[in-house]
Design a protein around this ligand. Structure first.
Ligand code: KIV
Ligand code: ZN
Length: 532
């Protein structure tokens, strides 16, 4: 059935918060260009609403929401704000370029535990602040969402009172968050049914749910909610998000599509053929690896190992397959380009993938491609995303790997020699370590004088074959900051060195930005002091 023939009352709106809640996942932060690439992919996925960030949180967040609101033309663009006037003003300014598609999403905690310990406010004060926040947002735009934070641990009667009051104040969407992932499906479904029954004006707003995955129940809770009348689900690509993450968009969408029969024909407008590409893009840009056995988009999701299963599949796919890989956009990693593909072939393929580079970026990306194509027989989409990631990163490459040599073996002390470039200067040193990677990272520390501690290290082949590009994801602690980064190469020691240097460059960039911000504040204070 085409979307136009489907019953609109059964449509479940998909609100993607990868760029806001997803980005709150430790180590998953993205730069402006990276956020824009994700937003473009969300548009291709045909999600209904993109929550692009929390504009008051930082100038970077503000710029990102504004840029997404300017450049993304189909979905609604939401920004988050506390029920505080200056948050709302900043949010309104950020989403303004989206015009009527702009949305202000205000939130305020309502549960007893948050009222008592975090906000130190009584129930009536909470209602008053929530209503004031929604009304103030209404001065800037008509598309207003309100979230009673920690709703699932709020007394249902009080929750109903708040929901009714904010709808009266002008909220057009009310989102019910399971902020700490405490809910279980039966209870969460009942909570939505309770609100539907007890909130007088519930028909005037659409109910969303926003489930966290602390108990691994975010998708199940979202499914229970839509079964009981919610018509919007807030989710993220790959289930990225605070702590254990949010409801995974691809899992919810495919569950809805595969089991619409059990859900009274509910449907979403998502173009499921773009799911796999969205998952790969977000994984690559955030450095958050997707587990192999992850539903829908994991490497094993459609792999049939046992002989009995393979035999059944050959006879009739539906014996062991409830979804087809093509439905989520997996068609086997396609051979896309090779050594002899020219610059034009390279740039048109990138354009087909949705990437548009400036001439300088294209030059750099093409040079990288030529080097890689020399080492690898075939170049896949994932290899290209990896090249792209390096080009669109806003982190200045203070240190660049120029040369690496390791000597290792069963009866040799692993030793590395590394040469790094910084501006036009070249620095070289050597060190021993517990293995070739350890020796390499120690040598980098010796050269830069900024030692890091490796907190997490993961390696994954991003494409197939013996010459596959290995992608190393690291979490490195520098002083009191922890940074995530990635590096890719057909050589895993080189990939490790690149990931570590990328983490170091991010740390140096963050330090420089913090210093700049501090001196700006000092300057502003100085000026205020001089005023009469
Ligand atoms: O988890 C949560 O409660 C949130 C709200 C801000 C919607 O992310
Ligand atoms: Zn959340």
């Amino acid at each position: 059935m085409t979307a136009s023939k489907q019953d609109e009352s059964k449509r479940v709106v998909i609100f993607d918060t990868t760029l806001r809640d997803g980005e709150q996942c430790p180590g998953a932060s993205m730069g402006l260009r990276e956020k824009l690439e994700v937003a473009k992919q969300l548009e291709r996925l045909n999600v209904d609403i993109v929550e692009a960030g929390f504009p008051i949180a930082s100038p970077g967040d503000f710029e990102a929401v504004r840029a997404v609101a300017e450049q993304i033309k189909k979905p609604q663009i939401a920004g988050l704000a506390r029920c505080i006037n200056k948050d709302i003003e900043r949010c309104a300014e950020a989403v303004a370029p989206a015009g009527k598609r702009g949305r202000i999403h205000v939130f305020l905690a309502t549960s007893a535990i948050h009222r008592q310990f975090k906000l130190k406010k009584a129930k009536d004060e909470i209602v008053k602040q929530a209503v004031a926040g929604v009304k103030y947002a209404g001065k800037f735009c008509k598309n207003i969402e309100f979230s009673p934070e920690d709703a699932s641990r709020t007394e249902p009667e009080f929750l109903a009172e708040v929901v009714q009051a904010v709808i009266d104040a002008g909220a057009t969407t009310v989102n019910i968050p399971d902020t700490v992932g405490y809910a279980v499906p039966i209870e969460f479904g009942q909570l939505i049914a309770y609100l539907n029954e007890h909130v007088r004006n519930i028909e005037q707003a659409i109910i969303h749910v926003h489930c966290h995955n602390d108990l691994g129940l975010a998708v199940a809770n979202s499914m229970a909610a839509v079964r009981n009348g919610a018509r919007g689900v807030e989710c993220t690509i790959n289930g990225l998000g605070e702590r254990a993450g949010n409801c995974s968009l691809e899992e919810f969408v495919m569950a809805m599509r595969t089991r619409a029969d059990a859900y009274g024909g509910l449907w979403t407008g998502v173009n499921t053929k773009e799911l796999y590409r969205a998952s790969r893009l977000v994984s690559q840009l955030t450095g958050m690896v997707v587990q192999r056995n992850k539903a829908i988009v994991g490497a094993n999701a459609f792999a049939h190992e046992s002989g009995i299963h393979q035999d059944g599949m050959l006879k009739e796919r539906s014996t062991y397959e409830i979804m087809r890989p093509e439905d989520v956009g997996i068609s086997g990693s396609e051979l896309v380009l090779g050594k002899h593909s020219g610059r034009h072939g390279f740039s048109s393929h990138l354009a087909r993938m949705g990437f548009h580079l400036s001439p300088e970026e294209l030059d750099r990306a093409y040079n990288e491609f030529v080097v890689l194509a020399d080492k690898k027989k075939v170049i896949y989409d994932d290899d290209l995303i990896s090249i792209m990631r390096e080009q669109i990163s806003e982190i200045p490459q203070v240190y660049v790997l120029d040369y690496l040599h390791v000597s290792t073996g069963t009866s040799t002390v692993p030793t590395a020699t590394v040469r790094l470039k910084k501006d036009q200067q070249v620095f070289q040193d050597s060190a021993c370590g517990d293995g070739p990677v350890d020796a390499t990272l120690k040598t980098i520390d010796r050269i830069t004088g900024v030692p890091g501690t490796l907190k997490d290290y993961a390696i994954q082949a991003i494409t197939q074959g013996e010459d596959a590009v290995g992608e190393v994801s690291v979490q490195v602690a520098f002083e009191n900051e922890q940074v995530a980064a990635k590096g890719a190469s057909t050589d895993i020691v080189e990939a490790s060195a690149k990931a570590y240097i990328n983490a170091l460059n991010s740390h140096l960039f963050a330090q420089a930005a913090a210093k700049k911000e501090k001196s700006k504040k000092r300057g502003a204070r100085g000026k205020q002091g001089r005023q009469p």
